[in-house]
Design a protein around this ligand. Structure first.
Ligand code: G3P
Ligand code: CA
Length: 291
């Protein structure tokens, strides 16, 4: 075992104190620097999640990084929505009564385009639509933003990885400049992350979850990031992650989620996480300023 990995593994197993470890390559964030702030489903505390309004809100607040969730319609179009069902975040129950449980995969893109995805959040957002991924990418580009794209529920959508990469390629998001600093593709499914890595090894990938330290070597073969819930990590775990080199020869990173209060933001920053995914990017920014 590499000495850097062995030291960090020991620390993690001991529930250890923060280690300052030599690393063989540069991380996105310099060690001890301020973590990247990622607006979760857009600035979703302030605008309806996963809509163009939510990423416009993040942009207006000065945030470059946004996160989304990608799924597929009955007729094979990629759309941006978190839940498998349209019920929570649209008026689908009123527009299409009798079609419970209103799953994305059972509606065509044209049917979904009729839905109101804003009123549930606030009347000023009435008429906001569920964006197609193509519409979403155009807006991210327009806003000069960066994207953590989550492939959501991939087990429901065979082939969604290849389809998503094709759309990203067509939209110019797989050129060297975007790959270098503007895109991460993540999933809770290790198989899905591995598929993305195998299809386009140049893409920066992330596994959502908290594998054991003993498993990190395996995940580091195909994931540049391990993006864990902030409730599951420690300084020792973060040090253990950083001790592994990912598929691109740089230390594995962690963007932790979903951190919506100042104390938690300061705590995970102390752990030396690389990014903080949050519904309240302004709260995290203020907490981390002047640390
Ligand atoms: O980006 C992390 C986070 O989005 C994972 O959880 O359920 O909000 O997609 P979820
Ligand atoms: Ca997500």
């Amino acid at each position: 075992m590499h000495a850097r990995v062995a030291a960090a593994t020991t620390a993690a197993l001991l529930g250890g104190a923060l280690l300052v470890l030599p690393t063989s390559g540069a991380r996105a964030k310099t060690e001890g620097g301020t973590p990247v702030i990622v607006s979760h489903r857009g600035a979703s505390a302030y605008a309806p999640e996963n809509t163009l309004a939510s990423i416009d809100k993040a942009a207006a607040m000065g945030f470059r990084w946004v996160e989304n969730d990608v799924q597929r319609t009955k007729d094979g179009r990629l759309v941006v929505l978190h839940d498998a069902s349209l019920a929570r975040t649209t008026d689908v129950e009123q527009v299409y009564p009798g079609r419970a449980p209103w799953n994305v995969k059972d509606f065509t893109a044209a049917e979904i385009a009729r839905l109101d995805a804003g009123s549930w959040f606030g009347s000023q957002y009435k008429g906001t639509r569920v964006p197609t991924l193509n519409q979403y990418m155009n807006r991210v580009s327009h806003n000069h933003q960066k994207l953590v794209l989550e492939i959501k529920n991939p087990e429901l959508y065979p082939g969604i990885e290849r389809q998503t990469l094709k759309l990203l390629s067509n939209d110019g998001w797989l050129d060297p400049a975007h790959l270098k600093s503007r895109l991460v593709v993540q999933s809770f499914s290790a198989d899905s992350v591995r598929t993305v890595h195998d299809l386009r090894p140049a893409i920066k990938t992330a596994f959502l979850g908290t594998p054991s330290v003993a498993q990190l070597h395996e995940y580091a073969q195909f994931a540049d990031q391990i993006n864990s819930s902030y409730t599951t990590i420690s300084s020792g775990y973060v040090a253990a992650l950083h001790a592994f080199d990912g598929p691109h020869g740089r230390p594995v990173e962690i963007f932790t989620w979903t951190v919506n209060d100042a104390d938690s933001a300061r705590r995970v920053a102390h752990y030396d996480v690389d990014g903080v995914i949050t519904n309240k990017p302004d709260v995290v920014r203020e907490a981390l300023q002047g640390r």
